[in-house]
Design a protein around this ligand. Structure first.
Ligand code: ADP
Length: 319
């Protein structure tokens, strides 16, 4: 490998920049040239590809978003799109590609791998929903953003003795709701992985009120239902008026936490190591604080596992 490429794709996540920096610096450290592909797979098809030097990634480790920008690119799902992308890689003499993104982006990397082109996937998404890793880049930062919001809402909730519903991101995965719920001390957590049980939610709310709780916080992942829908249901079942906060896209932004920067640096460097060892078609991750890598096709077929111990604990501690 004399020259590698790097792109960020799909939903952006804090820490993507730290991962890009790690890829660029690690490659240059080993005497390999690096090309940045701008705007994800769209930029790959269009040839929006430029060389990155060590200095090109200076002063970005602390910045949210991605300097390479991101895009959704339906064209890349087609044969023609992928062939065009391979032509561009060939034209620029790029021997291998690091793809930083979520599971959609991994599917793109898988498609190139199946066409014989070496790609390595780096998990970058706030949702923490990529198989083959316990944590994704951006999850910890999003979690801290949510906790900060919960703490602030808790102040007003307890002053006014109110029940708050906080809607967080997570279409199919409840990780943000679950971990934020545990660390924010929420009374109830509603996640896509467990069917909502309104009766038991009602019981918990009533029990809390009886023992003199001055406020209550319910976290709902957007994939289950909206905060407003849940508020209507709670009102209907208990008569309790709730206040709803929808955190929305603020969860995607902000300066990455130290944990995300370290994770991004380690995973970005690992991806380069694999390419330099001629090991394409891999997906990198972290398990028990050790770096791991899986066959990207195999990784995509693994189910994403919610941490059931954390879920159980959150229930036991919120009585
Ligand atoms: P994320 O990577 O955050 O999950 P998306 O699901 O939007 O975000 O995927 C990002 C991009 O990856 C898509 O716009 C598309 O270009 C590419 N992609 C997604 N699925 C496939 C697929 N099955 N085959 C090839 N490319 C894909």
């Amino acid at each position: 490998m004399k020259r590698i490429g790097v792109l960020t794709s799909g939903g952006d996540a804090p820490g993507m920049n730290a991962a890009v920096r790690a890829v660029v610096r690690k490659a240059i450290y080993h005497g390999v040239e690096v090309y940045g592909v701008y705007q994800g797979y769209q930029g790959l098809i269009n040839g929006n590809i430029h060389q990155l030097e060590a200095g090109s990634v200076g002063d970005i480790i602390h910045r949210g978003g991605t300097i390479l920008r991101s895009a959704r690119c339906p064209e890349f799902k087609t044969q023609e799109g992928q062939q065009q992308a391979l032509k561009q890689l060939d034209k620029h003499n790029i021997d291998g590609l690091v793809v930083i993104g979520g599971d959609g982006s991994y599917r793109g990397a898988k498609a190139l791998t199946e066409r014989g082109y070496p790609c390595v996937g780096v998990p970058g998404t706030i949702d923490n929903d990529i198989p083959g890793t316990e944590f994704t880049i951006g999850f910890d930062t999003a979690l801290n953003t949510v906790i900060d919001a919960i703490d602030k809402i808790r102040d007003t909730a307890s002053s006014h003795e109110r029940t708050f519903i906080i809607e967080v991101m997570g279409r199919d995965a409840g990780d943000i709701a679950l971990w934020a719920g545990l660390s924010g001390g929420a009374e109830t957590i509603v996640i896509p992985e467990d069917p909502i049980d309104m009766e038991s939610m009602k019981e918990r709310l009533m029990k809390g009120l009886k023992r003199g709780k001055r406020h209550s916080i319910i976290i709902v992942a957007e994939g289950v239902m909206s905060g407003n829908e849940l508020a209507d249901k709670v009102k209907e079942m208990t008569g309790i008026e709730t206040r709803v906060s929808v955190l929305g896209h603020m969860q995607r932004g902000g300066s990455p936490t130290a944990r995300d920067r370290v994770l991004a640096s380690r995973l970005g460097a690992k991806a380069v190591e694999l390419l330099l060892a001629n090991k394409g078609g891999r997906a990198v991750g972290i398990e028990r604080n050790e770096l791991v890598d899986y066959d990207i096709i195999e990784a995509l077929s693994l189910p994403h596992k919610l941490d059931l111990d954390i879920y159980q604990l959150s229930k036991e501690l919120s009585i």
